[in-house]
Design a protein around this ligand. Structure first.
Ligand SMILES: [Zn+2]
Length: 425
């Protein structure tokens, strides 16, 4: 064990708490994207004092980017002495709305019972703070390290990451040779390594009808009834088929270790704007449904889409007057970093040293910013590893354990050491 490095982390216990509280006090709620700029500027100032070069980069033109709510990211880099690999710690600074049910102020950073409470404590300002003290400890012990270290605070992860990591990746900031290894301290539990995520396909299906007076529906054609036929076919055919598709990906929780689909919304006919008045009697001439299909490494996206369109095409053949349209809303391919990738083995070694156990390797049921690193940056040495407890994310009284932050910072410091100065023992 590298006692000097671990002691240097331990010495920063108070600092990781202070840092987490400072970050929580910026109410970086997304949407709409509050307080991004002051938060990014504060992080830049903190890292400049530690001799990082810092840059603020606005995700210009990204969804939600306005002068009132600029998508401000911070990227910081410290060069080592001489050539070597580049390790990048990426954290999102945005948080979801606080919501109801809190017993403490969600933006105060209350410390009690060995925990820091607040919106984003777990997801993922605590993880960001842990990675920052891991880096500081490493720099204190090895000021003459080879290569470079980068730390970024990026926006909009909670809404897809388009003004954040996607924007930076398009600028080449998540590609070789600029960066070699990426660690994202998302809350996946301190003894687990998250290798990637399942794929996503969102689509909007529209059935078409013909408007008529509601007292004579036979003169029109009801788009909602056509959509009912779609739902019935999904129940009979699609859902059982998806349920039967199991994956070798170690997705957690266990229930997500297969294909799933959610129906996000369904709307047909006139909207409910007439409330509190009365509706008018119309046969709906349109009905739209948004589906959220999560798929596996074992599935190809064209097959995933083909399963749905095959059902719609069958209905078009068999059901009188059935007409439909389908539109892609979003697609993200599944990604899984190899278990023998350098960043995985480096962090795995840290987990073995600190927790004296083998790490669990997991896959996230939903996506996170790794998708942009893989797809746009073409960088596949990327994982999520951080201190927070996954189940606490987005909930009231969200917290992060102080011991968990310190221990995961030790794991990250050991991993950083292995990646930059070569594996030990
Ligand atoms: Zn997160």
């Amino acid at each position: 064990m590298n006692d000097r490095l671990l002691r240097a982390v331990e010495d920063r216990r108070d600092e990781v708490v202070a840092l987490t509280r400072d970050l929580i006090r910026f109410p970086t709620v997304n949407p709409p994207g509050e307080a991004y700029t002051p938060c990014a500027e504060w992080i830049a100032g903190y890292l400049r004092r530690r001799r990082f070069d810092t840059q603020l980069i606005r995700g210009e033109g990204a969804p939600g980017d306005t002068d009132r709510y600029p998508r401000t990211n911070v990227v910081a880099r410290r060069e080592g002495r001489g050539p070597g690999p580049v390790v990048h710690f990426n954290s999102h600074i945005d948080v979801v709305e606080a919501g109801d049910g809190w017993t403490v102020d969600p933006f105060e950073g209350v410390v009690k019972h060995g925990r820091v409470y607040g919106r984003g404590a777990c997801d993922m300002k605590g993880g960001m703070a842990a990675s920052m003290i891991a880096v500081e400890a490493f720099l204190a012990v090895y000021p003459d390290f080879p290569g470079a270290i980068e730390i970024s605070g990026t926006v909009d992860e909670e809404s897809g990451g388009f003004g954040g990591v996607a924007h930076l990746a398009r600028m080449g900031l998540f590609s070789k040779p600029r960066v070699d290894h990426v660690i994202i301290p998302e809350p996946l539990n301190k003894d687990r390594i998250c290798l990637g995520h399942r794929g996503v396909w969102w689509a909007e299906i529209e059935t078409k009808g013909e408007i008529a007076h509601g007292s004579m529906p036979f003169l029109g054609d009801c788009a909602v009834r056509h959509m009912g036929a779609v739902l019935e076919a999904f129940e009979d055919q699609l859902f059982p088929a998806l349920d039967a598709k199991r994956t070798e990906m170690p997705v957690v929780p266990e229930g997500a270790r297969r294909s799933t689909m959610n129906i996000n919304s369904i709307h047909g006919g006139q909207t409910e704007d007439y409330r509190p008045g009365l509706p008018s009697p119309n046969v709906p001439d349109w009905c739209r449904m948004t589906i959220d299909r999560r798929f596996l490494l074992e599935e190809r996206i064209d097959e995933v889409k083909g399963e749905v369109t095959a059902i719609l095409d069958r209905l078009a053949r068999e059901r009188p007057k059935f007409r439909y349209a389908i539109r892609d809303v979003m697609e993200v391919l599944p990604t899984m970093t190899e278990r023998d990738a350098p960043v995985v083995t480096a962090i795995a070694d840290g987990i073995r040293q600190i927790f004296e156990k083998e790490p669990d390797y997991v896959i996230s049921p939903g996506t996170y910013d790794q998708k942009h690193v893989a797809r746009i940056g073409h960088l596949h040495d990327c994982i999520a590893y951080g201190p927070g407890i996954l189940d606490l994310a987005h909930r009231p009284d969200e917290w992060v354990g102080i011991d968990d932050m310190v221990e995961s910072a030790k794991v990250m410091a050991i991993g950083l050491d292995a990646l930059l100065r070569g594996p030990k023992g």
